[in-house]
Design a protein around this ligand. Sequence first.
Ligand code: CO
Length: 137
Amino acid sequence: MIKKVHHVGVVVKSADEALKFYRDALGLEVTADRVIEDQGVRGVLLKIGNSEIELLEPTRNDTGVAKFLESRGEGMHHLCFESDDVAAELEGAKAKGITLIDEKPRPGLAGMIGFCHPKSNHGVLVEFATPIEGEHH
Ligand code: CO
C-alpha cells in the first residue's frame, strides 16, 4: 500500500552547490549523503517534515541521471512513493499494464526501490520505495 510521498528527486550538476540552497538557505537537515557506485550518482537526502528531497549528482557520464542532466538540464527528476511492499507495488503496476524499469526491487538510497517508466505515468518517472527498518532517514 502506498503511504505517502517519500521524496522528490532533483538532478543537479553539483550537490555541494545545491546544498547552499536546500541546506544553507532553507535550513533542511541532511540525513544521507553517499555515492552509489553502480548507479554513478552521489545521492543526498534532506529531511522535510515526513518527506525528503533527494539530490542526484552524476559521478559518471554513462548513466541515466547524467543523460538527463545533459539533455534536460538541472531540475525535477522523479517522484517517489513510500510503500510497505515495493515488490507488490511493482507487480501490481505491471499487472495493470504499466511499463516498469525495474522488474524486481533493488537497493537504493531510500531503501529497497523500483522505478516505473515515465511513458506509462504521464511523463513522470515514478519510484516506489520501502525504507529499511532502522535505517537513518
Ligand atoms: Co529516488
